[in-house]
Write a protein that binds this ligand. Structure first.
Ligand SMILES: C[S@@+](CC[C@H](N)C(=O)[O-])C[C@H]1O[C@@H](n2cnc3c(N)ncnc32)[C@H](O)[C@@H]1O
Length: 213
């Protein structure tokens, strides 16, 4: 019998996506690392905050891998800078952007009882969650990729985290944009500097993960 303690193979994760509708996959290559980082949470009733959900690929991983987790997904479903620029250049990308929210809803529909979807800018949503005194055990920051957006999302997420909570930053080493300030790294670096002594680094590569002390 499979339990939350059983290891999960990549073949099994592939089955979680059968019958779903995706156009993009920036995400699956992180699964082996996420399995390691999230293994301690598998049999616990956790609360996970995701900033940037797109078509729901990362959300589906978290929902399947953490069977007792409740998830809050924040997204404008309007795309980030890179998606909007692509949409302005190509009709295919424009159509992709128009259909993203529809695909997120269809792909995650089976989990609707475990998902709170907040369609809003991350800054507005995070402020509202803070005022409501909401707290989370895990956060995945994968919204706007400009340094200032990543910084704002990080600063507003940090007070929502329980001590011991895990924050994963996507695309720390992504450098697609010619202006360095349009890439995540300066935002993550500035945020980590501002909370020196308050976290333990648990992963530092293309993605960064920290645990709140
Ligand atoms: C890279 S995609 C997320 C991919 C998703 N986590 C996955 O791995 O399947 C980034 C998402 O962030 C959203 N986004 C960008 N800027 C945002 C903002 N300021 N507030 C809320 N969502 C935003 C975009 O609409 C897009 O869906």
């Amino acid at each position: 019998m499979q339990t939350a303690q059983s290891p999960v193979s990549l073949e099994e994760t592939a089955r979680w996506y059968e019958g779903k509708s995706f156009v993009t996959d920036w995400t699956s290559w992180h699964f082996p690392n996420w399995m390691k980082l999230l293994a301690p949470y598998r049999d616990r009733p956790t609360r996970l905050l995701e900033i940037g959900s797109w078509e729901g690929r990362s959300a589906l991983f978290f929902l399947n891998y953490l069977p007792q987790m409740q998830m809050t997904c924040v997204d404008t479903f309007a795309g980030g800078q890179e998606h909007q620029e692509a949409a302005s250049r190509s009709p295919e990308d424009a159509e992709l952007l128009r259909s993203v929210e529809r695909r997120f809803d269809a792909n995650t529909g089976a989990f609707s009882g475990r998902i709170e979807k907040i369609k809003a800018s991350s800054v507005d949503a995070l402020i509202a969650l803070g005022v409501a005194e909401r707290r989370f055990d895990i956060a995945y920051i994968d919204g706007g990729h400009r340094a200032r957006e990543v910084y704002a999302d990080s600063v507003l997420t940090w007070p929502l985290m329980e001590s011991g909570g895990l924050v994963i930053f996507d695309d720390y080493l992504w450098e697609e944009m010619p202006d360095p300030m349009d890439n995540p790294k300066p935002g993550v670096d500035a945020f980590l500097k501002s909370i020196e002594g308050q976290f333990r680094m648990t992963h530092n590569d293309y993605q960064v993960a920290i645990a709140k002390i």
